[in-house]
Design a protein around this ligand. Structure first.
Ligand code: ADP
Ligand code: MG
Ligand code: MG
Length: 247
């Protein structure tokens, strides 16, 4: 589904990714762990097509298409979802408006009819319920005044509604208390753990991986994958830290 080969990327002319390769098949959940500043968020921005992040070498394909050649909205329409480490606030636009427009734009790009207001609200109610999110919150402006945990849960509601093929989730567990962590973990499992979908979880901690069990764990250090393994690698990292393993 996702094939990244020898990816090099710069941010404001500073090299951040330095030859990163990674393949993700449908049905798989991968976790990327790594020290601060390793380039984890940069990787997610590059895959999402954020301006200012420049690829200088290498390739990334999504379902065989050249991902790096697509506009951000084309990537989303193709089924890519990015969960941000720091979700943005959009004053003046309610979650419901934002989500309905996003979903219908994606449906249009796929040649599907827009969802009616009633059908959309039914879908939104179902996904909000899954994430234990009050419908009142969905009527408020996007993320404005939401706590850190509420923003992350809101992102998972977005993910449920947009129903992507591949979700890249950047530190979705940061700022969550224990109950919210479980709710978010259950949400990721019920929305994304399917044979035709895949997830790339970026996280500092083992704890999210207790709820969302990865098939593969990778260590990203200094812009490259320096080690890959199974779920046991995450526990090893938790016990010993990155320094030893990334050395
Ligand atoms: P991680 O998510 O692994 O903590 P990041 O991808 O956020 O790491 O950052 C990797 C490196 O790139 C860091 O050294 C960071 O300071 C730098 N960096 C990221 N974004 C910018 C930017 N907009 N301007 C300058 N440096 C940046
Ligand atoms: Mg960081
Ligand atoms: Mg980061």
């Amino acid at each position: 589904m996702l094939k990244i080969e020898n990816l090099h990327a710069t941010v404001v002319d500073k090299p951040i990714l330095k030859g990163l390769s990674l393949s993700i098949n449908a049905g798989e959940i991968h976790a990327i762990m790594g020290p601060n500043g390793a380039g984890k968020s940069t990787l997610s921005y590059i895959l999402g097509g954020r301006p200012g992040y420049e690829v200088t070498e290498g390739s990334a394909t999504f379902d065989g298409q050249d991902l790096l050649d697509m506009d951000p909205h084309e990537r989303a329409a193709a089924g890519l979802f990015l969960g941000f480490q720091y979700p943005v606030e959009i004053p003046g636009v309610s979650n419901v408006q934002f989500l309905r427009e996003s979903l219908n734009a994606q449906r249009k790009a796929r040649g599907l009819e827009p969802l009616s207001g009633g059908d959309f609200l039914k879908l939104a109610r179902e996904k909000a319920g899954l994430l234990k999110m009050d419908m009142d919150m969905l009527k408020r402006p996007v993320n404005v005044g939401f706590s850190g945990g509420e923003k992350k849960r809101n992102e998972m509601v977005q993910m449920g509604i947009l129903d992507p093929k591949l979700a890249i989730l950047d530190e979705t567990d940061s700022g969550l208390d224990i109950d919210a962590l479980r709710t978010v973990g259950d949400g990721i499992n019920s929305i994304m753990r399917r044979p035709d979908k895949a997830v790339l979880l970026i996280t500092h901690y083992q704890r999210l991986l207790d709820y969302v069990q990865p098939d593969f764990v990778h260590v990203l250090a200094a812009g490259r994958i320096v080690k890959s393994g199974g779920p046991e690698l995450a526990r090893e990292l938790e016990a010993h830290g990155y320094a030893e393993i990334a050395a």
